[in-house]
Design a protein around this ligand. Structure first.
Ligand code: NDP
Length: 399
């Protein structure tokens, strides 16, 4: 088979020769009891850079030994890009949410052999899921591989926004020491109302991680959590997003991007939020309307916005979120720490081993199967397509 793997660029100075840590902590299970990926083998050192082009997700030896062809590229956007050319006779495409290869209907239709789309991470919205269903292309992702990594990032972003860390850090970098400038927007999170839109693997973990800060916790989700969890976290359920945003000082967004959630935080929804609230969105950029967010930060309706997800990705150099006031944005990094890379590289290999030996891929890794949403996909997504507008990614110029 021909496997096309689209990964982000190598570090500008080349692949690292050494890493800060020589070993990763050992984790055997996720909090719900799900096991970590269990491939039959591994051809890389855990904790190394696997998500960039030369890291190749540690797959080359395994694939070539089994007679398959592996093509790895980061050239994924714009007319005539290498990924589009290689896709035409590919059987499997592997891509990452951090550097998404937007697999639109048009691209699928240019690839008659394509049978599988694998996400090295979580969130398969860069694939036109409706087109995948129509063309019988199975879609898999490595559920849970980086959910807890993202939850850590959310906590970091909530605390840094509310305390106004970015401003304070910038003052130090400029050689300054004006304490009043550093604290005039700085608060404690203690006592605040913090709510999540979606309490899945990430949302629930973020709530658990915020609990020790002595905040009041809220959530909205399509399915209610068990009573025991609500009790354990003293958690208030809201039956609508509107009800949650009305009372929360901090809102974190943790639902997948699908037709139901695209543009959920538009001007109207933001106007219903508590004045001066903060948003942390590590789910997907398209869930928030970019103009509405920037305008709300300017007017003071929002005090801060942080996240690592943009639309499209890479974000064009002039994306309005790069320059808006009071933001704490990073590139899409929360789910691709070196720790997470090891897990998703293992997960991709596990999925490939199943495909090659015609074994069923785990239900929890399944998004689309046999032309239908299935497994995790059936639970968390709705039918449709969220890739519209992705061509804009070609506007990004490497710096
Ligand atoms: P889960 O599948 O565990 O959780 C998703 C949750 O979203 C489910 O509880 C689901 O509800 C809920 N949901 C779905 N649609 C809606 C809706 N319309 N309104 C409210 N809730 C909804 O996934 P994870 O928590 O692991 O990941 C969530 C998302 O985070 C991913 O889809 C991805 O987009 C993003 N992500 C970002 C990463 C990053 O690096 N920034 C890395 C990993 C993920 P239910 O199941 O109850 O129907």
């Amino acid at each position: 088979m021909k496997i096309l793997c689209v990964l982000y660029d190598n570090p500008k100075k080349g692949m690292p020769k050494k890493y800060p840590l020589s070993k990763l902590p050992v984790i055997k299970k996720y909090p719900n009891g799900q096991t970590l990926p269990t491939p039959k083998g591994r051809d890389f050192k855990p904790g190394t850079l696997l998500g960039s082009v030369s890291g190749e997700l540690g797959l080359r030896k395994f694939l070539e030994k089994n007679g398959h062809e592996l093509v790895v590229t980061s050239d994924k956007d714009g007319k005539g890009c290498r990924a589009d050319r290689e896709l035409r006779d590919a059987d499997i495409v592997i891509s990452q949410p951090f550097w998404p290869y937007y697999l639109t209907r048009e691209k699928m239709e240019s690839a008659p052999n394509l049978k599988f789309a694998i996400t090295a991470g979580i969130g398969s919205d860069h694939v036109d899921l409706q087109a995948a269903m129509d063309h019988n292309i199975d879609v898999y992702e490595v559920t849970y591989c980086n959910s807890r990594s993202v939850a850590e990032h959310i906590v970091m972003m909530i605390i840094s926004l509310v305390r106004d860390y970015h401003n304070q850090h910038a003052i130090v970098n400029r050689g300054g020491w004006n304490i009043a400038d550093a604290v005039h927007r700085s608060y404690d999170v203690e006592g605040m109302h913090v709510g999540t839109v979606a309490a899945g693997r990430i949302g629930l973990d973020a709530l658990r991680k915020m609990k020790p800060f002595d905040v009041h916790l809220h959530y909205f989700d399509k399915h209610r959590l068990p009573k025991s969890v609500e009790k354990e976290l003293n958690l208030r359920f809201h039956s609508s997003v509107e009800s949650l945003v009305k009372v929360c000082d901090v809102v974190t967004i943790n639902c997948p991007l699908h037709p139901e959630t695209e543009n959920l935080f538009d001007k109207k929804m933001i106007s219903k939020m508590k004045k001066g609230a903060y948003i942390v969105n590590t789910a997907r950029g398209k869930i928030c309307n970019k103009q509405a967010i920037a305008a709300a930060l300017k007017s003071g309706q929002l005090s801060g916005y942080a996240g690592d997800v943009w639309f499209p990705q890479p974000a064009p150099n002039d994306h309005i979120w790069r320059k808006m006031p009071h933001h704490g944005m990073t590139p899409h990094t929360s789910g691709t720490s070196l720790s997470a890379q090891t897990r998703y590289a293992d997960g991709v290999r596990e999925i490939l081993e199943c495909i090659f030996s015609r074994k069923q891929v785990r239900k929890e890794y399944t998004i689309v199967r046999n032309g239908e949403l299935a497994g995790t996909g059936k639970h968390s997504y709705t039918k449709g397509n969220a890739t519209g507008g992705s061509k804009e990614a070609a506007k990004y110029k490497r710096r």
